[in-house]
Design a protein around this ligand. Structure first.
Ligand SMILES: Nc1ncnc2c1ncn2[C@@H]1O[C@H](COP(=O)(O)OP(=O)(O)O)[C@@H](O)[C@H]1O
Ligand SMILES: [Mg+2]
Length: 648
């Protein structure tokens, strides 16, 4: 995808804005990351630029010498004067070459080192972002920070910035040398530059428009292909292959047209600029020749210092031809690189935005510790894994109290909205006593998952309304809160690795035996042992080689090995057949013993034996009670149960 990325238009065109704030930040980061190498590199760039511009001075002197000695005819004296200057000239070119080689090597190291650092910063930052960030940003966009934006940043640091620096130094140096010799000739060169600008702006403007279109077309094509890949099954089921090919032809055709136009313009721009350069060369030679013959004043600073206006001579003319080329060439470079810089800074800004994204705040100070009890029955903190947990609650006066983790979760009159304008939960109160099984039922979108999102603090509500063992959950450190909760979701995520690795994800220090025991407990052992590699079967691509139900079984085993006091099962068994579910249920029942469990399921048989069932409707709890009570009440639950209307 990276090769396919639209390149910036060639040649001169202005219009993109340089974000100086971002530029400053990039430079600051570069200097702080490479405090020695950066100045060294910049020194090399400056040195090489000056050595590239300076030879004009020696050229002028050598030509003046040749002219002088040509008239006198004293060639041995000429050699004595001229050869050392030629030597110096060669020396300059060698030095310039050496410093260019050095700085390009340094730049490669700095660039890659910098990008490495940025990727680390971005990834670390991303791990600390709240769930909300991932809910509200397209995953494709997040991916492109690591690919496209890093790529433009690479262009910026490795190519655009050094070239910009180098070209500006050459332009300034050459300009100074030019006006030193002749302001009149300099004016001619500047006129040429203006002409060049006008032409390239006309041609380049069109090119920029098509490059923008090309960029959009590329994104559209990428999006299309991505969608087609993830939707392959649906495409095949509905026999949409031909329609898809047709749709793809359309996007592809548009991409072709836009890219073709963009590049046709851009490709012609290079030769045009080249030819304008050549024309300028001829113009300067001709105009200069006329000046030379008519002994026109050169108006050089040098002559003015010497108290006259001077005249244009051959030793001024010849270096001017070269300087004019250098001058226009570097101005052209500058205008090209400004586009790359603008694009790179736009990429850098997006990367900084991710890095600046506010991390998930966690001011929790109540932590989870292993506990034992002393002979008086007091809770004592233990550094061993005792299987019993307590909340460690430090107070303002320096004292610490311990509360045994029991799994008592209460929500009182909770209102919640993901976005201001769309409330999702209304006055929800839930009381889950330790060891109870609390079930939520209700139609899709009723707010079941949202309740669990609040318990594990993926989203926060205003103070004090959710309590865990009597402690306001906002006071509990998030990592400890989540450690105490085992969550199994309908959407399972398995990672690349073996089945065993994926189960161990629940608790990284679990032994193989503990992982296998957990799998046995939840009834996953049976199918795992029948896999070709058993527990060592490699999974990849989110476990694409397993059935959805098998994936859920692994996810349940993963929660079981974590052995948390509170479990949240959000449609965790929805893809498991009823017969297997009965087996799983037995294991789960064992798993649920002495734990507080929140179950969300649309199969009412799954929730039937819960201690309390909450029926949710549009964010409100409309019925609550045991299965028997709700049936006797003959309300919504009763109707659901009797199959009067189906859930989902
Ligand atoms: N991350 C989110 N951002 C905004 N709205 C959401 C988000 N997640 C869920 N919702 C909305 O909240 C409502 C309840 O969703 P949810 O709790 O997932 O329902 P369910 O009962 O099916 O689990 C729905 O209307 C849904 O559109
Ligand atoms: Mg849900």
């Amino acid at each position: 995808m990276a090769n396919n990325k639209p390149k910036s238009p060639q040649g001169m065109q202005v219009g993109r804005k340089i974000d100086s704030g971002v530029l400053k930040r990039v430079m600051k980061l570069l200097f702080s990351s490479f405090p020695v190498l950066m100045p060294l590199t910049i020194g090399c760039i400056i040195f090489s630029s000056i050595t590239a511009a300076a030879p004009a001075i020696f050229q002028q002197q050598v030509i003046a010498d040749i002219e002088r000695f040509y008239l006198s005819g004293d060639w041995s004296a000429a050699a004595k004067v001229i050869l050392p200057k030629v030597g110096i000239l060669i020396g300059f070119y060698v030095l310039s070459m050496v410093s260019i080689t050095l700085y390009t090597q340094l730049m490669a190291y700095i660039t890659q080192g910098f990008l490495h650092k940025m990727r680390v910063k971005m990834f670390d930052g991303m791990q600390n972002l709240p769930i909300k960030y991932f809910d509200t940003h397209k995953h494709g966009d997040i991916m492109s920070y690591y690919t496209n934006d890093i790529d433009t940043l690479r262009e910026l640091i490795s190519r655009a910035l050094p070239t910009l620096l180098q070209a500006s130094i050459v332009v300034v140096t050459v300009f100074i040398i030019m006006i030193y010799y002749s302001m009149l000739m300099t004016a001619v060169v500047l006129l040429g530059v203006v002409a060049m600008f006008l032409v390239t702006k006309t041609v380049g403007g069109g090119s920029a428009k098509y490059f923008m279109r090309q960029q959009k077309s590329v994104a559209k094509t990428e999006g299309f292909i991505q969608e087609m890949m993830s939707g392959q099954r649906v495409i095949k089921v509905f026999n949409h292959e031909d329609a898809c090919k047709k749709d793809f032809d359309d996007v592809n055709e548009a991409l072709f047209n836009d890219s073709f136009r963009a590049h046709a313009y851009a490709n012609s721009l290079g030769p045009i600029i080249q030819n304008i350069g050549n024309v300028l060369y001829v113009v300067i030679a001709t105009v200069g020749g006329v000046f030379l013959l008519s002994k026109t004043p050169n108006l050089g600073i040098r002559s003015i210092i010497n108290g006259g206006l001077g005249i244009i001579t051959i030793d001024i003319m010849v270096p001017f031809l070269n300087m004019a080329k250098q001058f226009t060439g570097n101005i052209n470079q500058l205008s090209q690189q400004i586009n790359v810089v603008a694009m790179g800074l736009a990429g850098a800004k997006r990367i900084f935005d991710v890095m600046d994204e506010a991390p998930e705040v966690d001011d929790g100070y109540v932590t989870l510790v292993n506990m034992t009890t002393d002979k008086d029955g007091n809770i004592v903190e233990s550094d061993k894994r005792t299987g019993k947990w307590a909340w460690r609650h430090p107070h303002g006066d320096g004292t610490v109290t311990y509360t045994e983790l029991k799994g008592d979760v209460t929500m009182e009159h909770v209102d919640f909205a993901y976005t201001e304008d769309k409330p999702v939960l209304f006055d929800v109160s839930v009381y889950a006593k330790p060891g109870q099984k609390v079930a939520f039922v209700g139609a899709t979108g009723a707010g079941k998952t949202t309740i669990t999102n609040l318990i594990n603090r993926f989203y926060d509500i205003a103070d004090g309304k959710i309590r865990y063992d009597g402690i306001n959950i906002n006071k509990i450190r998030k990592s400890d809160l989540r450690r105490s909760l085992g969550i199994v979701l309908q959407e399972t995520n398995l990672f690349t690795g073996s089945v065993l690795d994926n189960i161990r994800y629940g608790r990284l220090d679990a032994t193989d035996e503990e992982c296998i025991a957990a799998a046995r407990l939840v009834g996953a052992d049976d199918f795992i042992t029948r896999l070709p590699g058993g527990y060592n079967t490699a999974l990849s691509n989110n476990g694409a080689n397993l059935s959805q139900g098998q994936r859920q079984l692994i996810a349940i085993a993963r929660a079981a090995v974590a052995d948390p006091p509170v479990m949240i099962l959000d449609e965790a068994t929805s893809s498991i057949d009823t017969r297997t579910e009965a087996i799983v249920q037995k294991g789960m029942d064992k798993l649920m013993e002495s734990r507080t469990v929140f179950v969300i399921a649309h199969r009412l048989s799954t929730v039937k034996n819960s201690d309390v069932i909450m029926v949710l409707d549009h964010g409100k709890i409309i019925e609550r009670g045991s299965h028997e009570k709700l049936i006797a009440d003959k309300g919504t639950y009763y109707q659901l149960y009797m199959g009067a209307f189906e859930l989902e």
